[in-house]
Ligand binder design. Structure first.
Ligand code: SAM
Length: 330
């Protein structure tokens, strides 16, 4: 059982969390969370990016309050800990910029709760496609990059030579896995627009000679022929309805070599649908932000896998509410 908040301060801090979140996403948009940020003088910074000096100063003071920057006289510098964090995860700012978009989606929560359906974005938001698709894919690359370490240690990689990443847009997993395991050849399947942008994003990477792309709608078009030793479906299933996912999992199973496995990585829920916390929250986002998306119970995912003739193993909890469910083709 989760204990009640230990104090009024904790509870009110939780309720007001959007303020700190918005400070972080705004700082990311202005380039204040880049690993290369050196000493910052608010006036010069404001002049360079066409913002108000007062606004920048107050934002930097807030970043000091959050422990991300230090202030000395009238200049600011990111703390050594955060410089290390951003250097280690250079795409984090992209992830935060995507969160700034999600903040707008969360703003439609009340309407979503009243109707129980997705709430379409205002027209000017949809007009920003494909700029917003590029931002999204950069965020996905960062997102997968931060989870790739978990994925690498959660399952064995010996004997994996041909890997298919379905919905692998952004290429976060593909890049980390290709770098780490030189024996692996990766096929990344995604929607055509996402493939075009991802190819461009990865163009300069030396690992590109072991990554091929398969533009498709994975739900309705044929998957690449395979057979593959391992197939990954990460953070795709929550965009689509249960029955479509059953079909996709069966299609993927058909492309696995005997002895190969299918890895489902997502915000899966427990049977009561109340944990993990990130999954419960993310499910609301899917209700508001997608026409038919949802987060699924692990038991539903196991059903898809068994119906596809695969043998699911024990689920593994990964960072930040993610769960990995692997299933083998015996
Ligand atoms: C939320 S992102 C996840 C990206 C990555 N797998 C990860 O875990 O970070 C979902 C990805 O699935 C792709 N996608 C969505 N619908 C798809 C479909 N019908 N067929 C293929 N890819 C699809 C999107 O373009 C996007 O790249």
């Amino acid at each position: 059982m989760t204990s009640p908040p230990d104090s009024l301060d904790t509870f009110l801090g939780l309720a007001g969390g959007y303020a700190a979140a918005k400070v972080l996403t705004t700082a990311a948009k202005l380039g204040l969370l880049a690993p290369s940020c050196g000493m910052i003088a608010p006036e010069a910074f404001a002049r360079a990016c066409g913002t108000s000096p007062k606004g920048v100063r107050l934002l930097l003071n807030a970043l000091v309050g959050l422990g991300i920057y230090e202030k000395e006289s009238e200049t600011y510098r990111m703390t050594a800990d955060f410089r290390r964090l951003f250097a280690h995860h250079p795409g984090l700012a992209d992830d935060l910029i995507h969160h700034d978009h999600l903040y707008n989606v969360w703003g439609r929560l009340e309407e979503g709760i009243r109707t129980g359906r997705s709430v379409p974005p205002p027209e000017e938001e949809t007009r920003r496609y494909p700029a917003s698709l590029a931002t999204f894919l950069k965020a996905m690359r960062a997102h997968a990059g931060t989870l790739a370490g978990d994925l690498v240690s959660a399952v064995p990689w010996e004997g994996i030579k041909r890997l298919l990443d379905i919905g692998g847009g952004g290429g976060g997993f593909a890049l980390v896995l290709a770098r780490r395991f030189p024996q692996i050849k990766i096929t990344l399947a995604d929607l055509p627009d996402a493939v075009t942008l991802t190819k461009g994003m990865l163009a300069a990477e030396p690992e590109m000679d072991r990554i091929t792309f398969h533009p498709c709608n994975a739900y309705t078009d044929p998957l690449p022929p395979g057979p593959f030793d391992r197939i990954i479906i990460s953070h795709l299933l929550h965009i689509y309805p249960n029955d479509d996912n059953r079909v996709l999992v069966a299609k993927a199973a058909g492309r696995l070599a005997r002895g190969g496995d299918l890895l489902l990585l997502d915000y899966f829920l427990d049977d009561k649908e109340t944990t993990p916390r990130q999954a419960v929250l993310f499910r609301l986002l899917m209700m508001i932000g997608t026409p038919e998306g949802d987060c699924y119970r692990l038991s539903q995912a196991r059903d898809w896998l068994r119906e596809a003739g695969l043998t699911p193993g024990t689920p593994r909890s990964l960072s930040r509410g993610n769960t990995l469910l692997a299933a083998r083709k015996l």
